[in-house]
Design a protein around this ligand. Sequence first.
Ligand code: NDP
Length: 435
Amino acid sequence: KQTNGHEPEFLQAVQEVAEAVIPYIEGKEKYKGTKILERMVEPERVIMFRVQWVDDNGEIQVNRGYRVQMNSAIGPYKGGLRFHPSVNLSILKFLAFEQVFKNSLTTLPMGGGKGGSDFNPKGKSDVEIMRFCQAFMSELFRHIGPDTDVPAGDIGVGGREIGYLFGMYKKLRNEFTGVLTGKGRTWGGSLIRPEATGYGNVYFAQSMLETRGESFDGKTVTVSGSGNVAQYAVEKATQFGAKVVTMSDSSGFIHDADGIDADKLAFIMELKNVKRGRIKEYLDKYPSATYHEGERPWSVACDVALPCATQNELNGEEAQTLIDNGCICVSEGANMPSTPEAIEVFLNNKILFAPGKASNAGGVATSGLEMTQNSLRYSWTREEVDKKLKEIMKDIHAACEEYGKDENGFIDYVKGANIAGFVKVADAMIAQGVI
Ligand code: NDP
């Protein structure tokens, strides 16, 4: 659409879905005249607001806050908040649009949304983070609620930020409800939620590998990112017998040919989550590794690649390098990390490729389980939640197979995920009428 011409990330996400869905709906009686895709690409509501706060020097700061409420056909809006200087409406609309399909795939009753701010958390003191979160929530609180819209974390929003946001919501509303997910264990959070996206991605990749009689055991794995998703993807892949040789941040990547084992990962978790340092500091402790400033890890030979940092972090050329080096499986932990050119390379070479809306859905699925536990005022054990997560990832894999398998047995997970996610939401919208 002309009006969305200045929203490249959003158009990219819509194009991918449209290419899968249009051939599927064409000629089907139930979709005739429903304009269903045109209706789905328009957000139900977009909220933009001023966030003003005072920094440690007593200076007033102004940021922009957003919440894109994309689709509520099958449940309350649900999706994360991102705090990063690159945040704009195009990025949040792409993320909210993807979220609609992903949430539908989880089999749980959740609509899609996304929000955040162009606030840069890097270098801010803990008190500044708290003040910003409070200022952000002092507007957002009037638009969300446990039955309306339930935000969660994303880039730049982890357990600490969710705590400050929740505290402010509770104070303003004078009620203790499950309005946010990713909460701390003692105040309504779910076990396994921090691990869920990374673990879920590895569970999904494991299901893909099984279709070719393979497993993670003995495989060499490259991972990008060193945040929440990357950390737990590394943990689970290692537990499954793989050797993970790379991690990265926005400054560069580290390559440890001996593998990032549990002790080394514990060092990275402390470095990134507590000290909030840079990945290159890994070499201070493990000098046999190498650091590559300003580069991404896709030149390193691997069997499986797990991009877990951000959108458009793996291009067509890098995809070809991965294939040339023998990579057989790419499973996206981040949202839309592969460019359209990279996806084309993966599909043309018939490797196992999972789009994030299928393979990283474990995070929001476990957020859905957190919502259920909050409604029940009950808490499941670690084993119970992990079991449900595994079942959900298996179900998502089965749904992709149902809609994406061709006559030669090749599974196009992009097509499968898009159609499977679409059908449920489209049918619910049609049933609910033109409202
Ligand atoms: P974190 O903030 O915990 O970590 C993000 C990681 O990506 C950091 O290593 C960061 O490096 C790096 N990164 C961020 N922006 C860029 C950039 N522009 N270029 C290169 N590297 C970058 O976020 P999460 O781990 O939660 O999220 C990672 C991805 O996974 C995102 O795409 C998110 O949308 C997606 N996702 C997350 C879910 C979750 O449950 N957390 C659920 C589903 C998807 P640095 O430290 O330098 O900023």
